[in-house]
Write a protein that binds this ligand. Structure first.
Ligand code: SF4
Length: 495
């Protein structure tokens, strides 16, 4: 066996995703893995290979703080074993104490894929039954249909005001023929992503395939655009009595302008930057120093150490004016100038919320690898032999595994000599992604035996096929139990 391939979790194939890391700033999941308590096997095995800003979610998990996980399912066909990855990810986050959300993206299925409402109803029920059968707790979590959720619709409308056609055109390849409903389904999807934060901002993770990353970038962008107040404004408004909203707006605009400066300093350096590059009016500075003196506080520099990472001269002036007008409040809150970045962000969010804003945190995402189709190539809902549907008759599941492509050699003799190519084998993927469950040892054993030439494809597939048959039988029994209870759930399945 080739030593270079001796990696049960196939890091070689992660190289295919290298471009994502380099071009789009998706980070490698391995790097955040040690911070995740009790990581899921898909994380341990590198099936979940990348993330965007997952750290706040991991932190919340460790500190028992609120966090959420959400995923949408487009009901365009039967749920298959590729979808199971996402079901598992949502369920696992729920088991770790997160608020879990699963939604049926019916508007998207109708507008982007042209499915009829009847087809959507049938598929939606099937998705829900599998999600529940795999362990989603509907009493603790939230299930909804896009078209039924008024709050999502309202939020979509608000978000729509922050996005424009050219932007959607660039991301989704829309053209002059694209219908309006399709665009509406995009902003609805953005609203879904931010929905868990509607009552309270919190870290939220969206498990997706890497092809979904453009949605995530847009959602993160929109979350930021919905922030009316920034840290500067939070400081400037301290309870905001008597501070004109226009003044805050001014500060905000100046901040935007400053944010476009590529060389802007990071937080903590803003005060130095102001002094060196865009000095604030000396008399205003003096006035602050005088106020600090009067209040028996320390001199200026340390106090404005954290003015704002995006502060500008104009913002600074606005701040000063606000302070002039609000000396009493300022004195009361002077200690908040010692906040670190996270605390200042939190203060900003609080001011945002107090003023009727959303205070969204940019949503995080984790990325899983696509499963290879059983016939090689991509696993696709439209090619039945390429995937195993969670609704397949268990015997058909058995047969599909038995006729799957393998990474085996042309003869048994060659296989014993050189070992199989587990990294390129869809059957091995079945073991790693599903059939081994939480048992890393078992998955590793299959891998080692394969690449070491001790395992031959006939027996290996027989074992996998039996496990698959067993999995489908059990899964479908649980689906049947939920079928009887579906009516108890507070979700309207008929459009
Ligand atoms: Fe795939 Fe199993 Fe054959 Fe290895 S022995 S190539 S894992 S089917």
């Amino acid at each position: 066996a080739d030593e270079a391939t001796l990696d049960p979790w196939g890091s070689s194939t992660i190289a295919d995703y290298r471009k994502l890391f380099e071009q789009f700033g998706i980070e490698e999941f391995d790097e955040v893995l040690p911070e995740v308590p009790n990581p899921h096997y898909l994380m341990r095995r590198g099936v979940i290979f990348g993330h965007r800003d997952y750290r706040p979610v991991a932190d919340a998990m460790r500190n028992d703080d609120p966090f959420a996980a959400l995923s949408g399912f487009m009901p365009t066909g039967d749920p298959h074993i590729g979808h199971k990855l996402v079901f598992d990810e949502i369920i696992w986050h729920q088991q770790q104490g997160g608020d879990a959300y699963a939604l049926i993206a019916d508007l998207e299925a109708h507008s982007a894929r042209g499915l009829s409402w009847d087809e959507i109803d049938e598929h939606a029920t099937n998705y829900l039954l599998s999600l529940l059968a795999l362990g989603f707790d509907p009493d603790e979590g939230t299930l909804y249909r896009q078209s039924d959720n008024r709050e999502v619709q309202d939020l979509a409308f608000e978000l729509g005001a922050e996005a424009n056609f050219s932007e959607l055109q660039a991301i989704y390849d829309f053209d002059g023929e694209t219908d309006i409903s399709h665009m509406q389904s995009v902003v609805t999807q953005m609203a879904d992503i931010l929905y868990p934060q509607l009552d309270e901002p919190k870290p939220t993770v969206i498990p997706v395939g890497p092809d979904q990353d453009p949605h995530m970038r847009l959602a993160r962008d929109l979350a930021a655009r919905m922030r009316y107040f920034g840290v500067t404004e939070a400081f400037a408004s301290f309870e905001a009595d008597g501070v004109e909203r226009t003044l805050l707006r001014q500060a905000y605009d100046a901040r935007e302008e400053y944010a476009e400066d590529a060389d802007r300093p990071r937080c903590g350096e803003a005060a130095d930057w102001l002094r060196d590059h865009q000095p604030a009016p000396a008399d205003a500075r003096e006035s602050i120093v005088a106020k600090l003196d009067e209040a028996g506080k320390e001199p200026l520099r340390p106090r404005i150490r954290f003015l704002d990472r995006n502060a500008t001269d104009a913002a600074f002036e606005a701040l000063i004016e606000a302070i002039d007008g609000e000396k009493r409040v300022y004195d009361e809150h002077i200690d908040t100038f010692d906040l670190d970045h996270a605390e200042a962000e939190e203060l900003a969010r609080q001011v945002e919320l107090d003023n009727g804003g959303y205070g969204f945190q940019p949503p995080s995402s984790i990325y899983h690898r696509f499963m290879t189709g059983l016939t090689g190539g991509k696993m696709s809902s439209s090619i039945p032999a390429s995937h195993i549907s969670l609704l397949d008759d268990p015997e058909d599941g058995y047969d599909k595994v038995k006729s799957a492509t393998t990474g085996g050699r042309s003869t048994a003799e060659e296989q014993r000599e050189k070992g199989g190519k587990a990294d390129e084998c869809p059957v091995y993927e079945l073991y790693a992604y599903l059939l081994s469950g939480d048992d890393d040892e078992f998955a590793k054993e299959v891998y080692d035996e394969c690449v070491g030439g001790e395992r031959l494809c006939g027996g290996c597939k027989e074992q996998a096929a039996e496990l698959m048959e067993q999995f489908l039988e059990e899964h479908q029994e649980k689906r049947a139990e939920w079928e009887d209870r579906l009516e108890e759930l507070d979700i309207d399945l008929d459009s």
